[in-house]
Ligand binder design. Sequence first.
Ligand code: GLA
Length: 734
Amino acid sequence: MKRHFLLVLLTFVGICVEAQNVSVSKARFQKGDDLSWAKPETNDAAWGEIDMTKNWDDQGYAINNAYGWYRVHLNIPSSLLKGAKQEKFVIFDLPKADDTDECYLNGKLIGKTGGMPGDAGGYKSAWSVPRSYPVDIKTGGIRWDQDNVIAIRVYNAGEPGGLFERPLSIRVPSALDGLKMNFTDVNDGNAHCNIELNNVYPVVQNGKLDVSIIDRESGAVLSKLSKKMSIKQNKPVRLTVPYDKKKVCVLTTQYTDSKTGKTITKRLPLKYILTPAAPATPRFNAAPLFGVRPGSPVIYRFPVSGERPMKFTCADLPAGLNLKEADGVLSGKIDRPGDYTFTVVAENAKGKASQKFTLKVGDRMIALTPPMGWNSWNCWALSVSQEKVMSSAQALLDKGLADYGYCYMNIDDGWEAEKRNPDGTIAVNNKFPSMKALGDWLHERGLKFGIYSSPGDYTCGGYLGSIDHELQDAESYNSWGIDYLKYDWCGYGREHAKEKDKGVASYVRPYLLMQKFLREQPRDIFYSLCQYGMANVWEWGRFVDANSWRTTGDITDTWRSMYDIGFRRQAGLAEYAAPGHWNDPDMLIVGKVGWSSNLRDSRLTPDEQYTHITLWTLLASNMLIGCDIAQMDDFTIGLLCNHEVNLINQDILGKQADRVAKDGDIEVWARPLADGSQAFGIFNVGEEDKQVDIKKYISPNFKFRDLWRQKDLSADELICTIPTHGCKYLKVTK
Ligand code: GLA
């Protein structure tokens, strides 16, 4: 009866005591900030009540750019330690804190996550980070079997704010719980994986690490090592394991705690390069066709791989054009509409190659194949600067990506000044010393220049939009040499809200307005609509002469996002794509991304990255690299610079792939190609590796080419294993 009563009482105050765990969700709460509130003797009787598992906004407190304090009174029973394997420390698991926290136990700071505005390093959000603070059983200040006060100071920068997601709990961990294993896979010159083991608990962790590298295709163990280690708190132990960058391998690690024999195992599929190295002799890697409007400047760099120096010549170059011999940059203009055919020869010390090109001159000749290039958003977001754009452009040239057709260098949001010039023209902020100079610098190298704006008052990033200044902005873009405009709905939502009739016309209007002014400019400006697919933009995008339209919201570097956008949301859209007008499933998420000045490796696994590029090339998507090219590794270069793969994207028939079969976790997407063959992507979207018989989906009477490996397949290779989230990319010819 008594026990029952205790349980009822504890449930009432939101406390739950289990064998080795005490948890509490209710706390006292006060807006504001006073460090003396950390002291146990502070009188909080008049404070409000709050649930720590829900943001404070949901509980009537809208506190932004300010602090709030939580206080919990808790009897911590010594029975918590009964039967524990170690009796040195307990863990205080905190709810997540939106954005930063400091946690005090009986007045003593026991842990903090993120940076408070007054800190030396400044404010740093850590809203999605779980917090676990170890506290020494004897010296950490716990008053066993008595009242303890846990005070949590939380700072929030933007709504929502406060503690959320889980209760505060105290538990006795096993020593091994504090072991964190991190991997950095570097597929560059000498491919290697860095393994870091850190121990966040205040006891020395003794154990052994076994590492092996296994060939995923044959199962063979390629290398092995075993190391004893003793890891002190926050003194990480690191080791480097080399691997063969062309083999499809997995790294497995097993750590064994020497005291208990308990183990932690991890498995990391390593990056692998399938694309064969390009020959030293010249090789043309481009579609044999491009277009320009009559009288617009021609800016084109012939994409040819092979050893430099290289010499470019053309005996039948159309009048009005000029070809730079040293780098294959074509310039000039042609006034008369028509098809102009000519042959370009590229020659170096190792050999010679030539390709016939058709330049189509006509009113709607922008983007006859999908645009290839770079955009600043997925890496730098609002921290973009002229310097960063130039650094990626230089790397695009130096690392050879321009030799595969990547040419647009697009600045996304974050270049605009706070106010327009007195005459109403748009001004740039001080991260961009000169747009005109940047444009000239890019054009000289045969690269193209892109920019971003919104039809609304403000962009998504809170910068100035083009509303009421559309003509002026189009003219500014022309004067800077802009070749691509991404026009992002965002702030226009406020205008749209005023519309009585929210039919399709209300979505078309702002885009049609800018289209008119863009097309009046004496240069070709690729027109990219970004409004996330509203009002079925794919049905009317080409009628506002858009060259592409985003079909969904923003992509991020997770399987879930890529799967949702690439597979689920693109099915059925193929009929809307055609030369000059493309569906845009958003920018690429390979390489170092981060949407900030802090970049990290894409969180997609290597197999997922192959799937990403396979699907995007099949979808005839814009191929805009979203990472810092200066930091691009060999693996990412291999993904982006496979000419057979890219030529599917650039196929001049301009037909987008659609899903032709869905067989459990296997999806088959196919697109017809100009030469009468077809490209097939066979994807395993499930969570397990799968044995697949390709003959089930495609007649075996055809010739099969593996596009990633650039090699023909034999009949028995048509039965293969496709790893989880991986794919096979095939060109199938009669
Ligand atoms: C939106 C777009 C992104 C990017 C940002 C810039 O979210 O969809 O691609 O341009 O705005 O603020």
